[in-house]
Design a protein around this ligand. Structure first.
Ligand code: GDP
Length: 535
């Protein structure tokens, strides 16, 4: 065997071992609790309560303290890596608050699959639907975990219908609950055709579980009661008839969502979820760039930045860029090609998120996330390669929904303000649009909370003070046209309603849906887009 093929075989083994995914949910459905239980299985934490919720509570005593707390936690838990069952699992954390949804959307471009947590009492909620839309944009495989079966939730069959209808995806249960509420006994594993019963254990993994080997096991009625035993058998028969065999390819192409039931808090159904997840979920796969598809097992390294975290320690102007490795092997102290900047770049102290060795990492493989200390060279969406000239696709900017004009209130600090707002928007906190060669700055976000954050951070990290004035815009639309001259004329004639985004692309501010439709009718040669990804 030549060295190259030996190296190739090793790379293939490393790729196959990796599972990189995000757990997403509407706030309060149980994302943090489930993450924590998975980490318990991975042995990376011993006690529940170790994973801090990254929620921002609008009613908290001080929002600003909350924001700071959240930022601290958010770096620590941005990526949680651990080993389980011979696999290396990378969980990418996403913010719960809807005002930070764009951060979540971007993180979803860096994963290979998703576990979506649904509250069995509340069913599919607003944020669940939006998150699912983003998964659909990239055909990301989705597994659904229906949580809180220990509460009087909805009927499981009804929940299956709700998910199918509201999330527009076919479903296939892979576990099934035995009763619910106070009579919830556990989940039947439809794949292994067995049932583990155990006592609720909130802080550690319950080892003394009772295994019911199959539905004919005489211990079944003894342990769960005649009624539940009969009901379970009927349910299983119905499910097998109604849903047919589980089609893994349909799951991998994002057309079918396997469904699991359980209670994260009580650690019911979590092991079933984890083990089946490791069996069926995709290892890192090929990814699209603007030029070609790049396979994960190509020998040359490539990766992209999907998140930037700035100024955690105000004394050090360091930022951490989170880079997902997409192909080849990432190596410390190696010169890489920074495609956008067209220059070489090297990282001496790349950071690993493995719970066991949270420290400098020497090498990383496709699926891994590496933390890169950055002094302002990197932006969200940047691609690093070993020399090849391509950019990874799929970090779109989404149309903001809230717009405010930023005014400098301390003329002595205008440089600091410029720098601060540029860096904060590079971090992805908000989008900055410029009019009049930069004299007018419009900040667009998906929620109001970011304005508090920006104002607070500008003052605390850059010493700059500013005022925000709400603007009466509802959406920002990126503009294109097959006819360049017509586009230029449109931009000229609508100057007051048009600004430039960070890449100098023109953006039109619509006051309402009606306004936008009117413009579309009036200017049929101009295309209006809700995301910046329209090439
Ligand atoms: P997140 O906002 O999605 O991260 O939700 P959390 O994990 O913080 O959970 C929200 C609340 O639901 C917390 O009070 C949890 O203790 C509770 N919770 C989570 N899982 C369960 C469960 O299985 N049963 C019950 N009854 N409560 C749960």
């Amino acid at each position: 065997m030549t060295t190259t093929t030996k190296a190739g075989a090793e790379l293939a083994r490393e790729i196959e071992k990796r599972r990189t995914f995000a757990i997403i949910s509407h706030p309060d459905a149980g994302k943090t609790t489930l993450t924590e239980k998975l980490l318990l299985y991975g042995g990376s934490i011993r006690e529940a309560g170790a994973v801090k919720s990254n929620k921002i509570d609008r009613g908290a005593t001080s929002d600003f303290m909350e924001i700071e707390r959240q930022r601290g936690i958010s770096v620590a838990t941005s990526v949680m890596s651990f080993e389980y069952g011979g696999k290396i699992i990378n969980i990418l954390d996403t913010p719960g608050h809807k005002d930070f949804a764009e951060d979540t959307y971007r993180t979803l471009t860096a994963v290979d699959s998703v576990i979506l947590v649904v509250d069995s009492v509340k069913g599919v909620e607003e944020q669940t639907e939006r998150l699912m839309e983003v998964c659909r944009m990239r055909n990301t495989p989705v597994i659904v975990f229906i949580n809180k079966l220990d509460r009087e939730g909805r009927n499981p069959l009804e929940l299956m219908d709700i998910i199918e209808e509201k999330l527009s995806i076919s479903v296939r249960p892979l576990t099934w609950p035995v009763n619910r509420g106070d009579r919830f006994k556990g989940v039947y594993n439809l794949v292994e055709q067995n049932l583990y019963l155990f006592r609720p254990g909130k802080t550690s993994i319950e080892e003394d579980r009772i295994l019911i080997e199959n539905l004919e096991d005489p211990r079944l009625p003894k342990e769960v009661g005649e009624e539940d035993s009969t009901q379970l058998k009927e349910d299983v028969e119905l499910i097998e008839a109604a849903y047919g065999d589980f089609d893994r390819d349909a799951y991998l192409s994002g057309d079918l969502a396997p469904v699991f039931f359980g209670s994260a808090l009580n650690n019911f159904g979590v092991r079933e979820l984890l083990e089946t997840f490791l069996d069926i979920s995709p290892a890192p796969r090929a990814r699209e760039t603007d030029i070609r598809t790049v396979a994960a097992d190509e020998s040359k390294f490539s990766g992209f930045v999907f998140k930037i975290h700035a100024n955690l320690d105000p004394k050090h102007r360091n930022r951490i860029a989170f880079m997902r490795v997409c192909s080849g092997t990432f190596q410390r102290n190696t010169m890489f090609h920074h495609v956008r900047a067209g220059k070489s770049i090297r990282f001496n102290n790349p950071y690993s998120f493995m719970a066991s060795k949270k420290d400098v990492v020497d090498s990383a493989y496709p699926g891994d996330v590496v933390g890169l200390y950055d002094r302002g060279d990197l932006k969200i969406g940047d691609t690093l390669t070993t020399g090849e000239q391509f950019m990874y696709q799929g970090i779109p900017s989404f149309s903001p929904e809230v717009f405010q004009e930023l005014t400098n209130t301390d003329p002595m600090k205008s440089k600091q303000l410029e720098k601060g707002i540029r860096q904060l928007t590079e971090e992805g906190l908000a989008q900055l649009f410029i009019q009049d060669q930069g004299r007018r700055k419009i900040v667009g976000t998906v929620g109001n909370l970011q304005f508090d954050v920006i104002q607070y951070r500008l003052l605390n990290e850059y010493g700059a003070s500013c005022r925000f004035t709400p603007l009466n815009f509802a959406r920002a639309c990126w503009l294109t046209s097959p006819d360049r001259k017509k586009l230029d004329r449109f931009v000229e004639s609508q100057r007051r309603r048009i600004a430039m985004d960070k890449d100098e692309n023109p953006v039109y501010f619509a006051e309402s849906e009606w306004d936008l439709n009117y413009m579309r009718r009036e200017y049929p040669d101009i295309d209006f887009h809700f995301t910046s990804e329209f090439k």
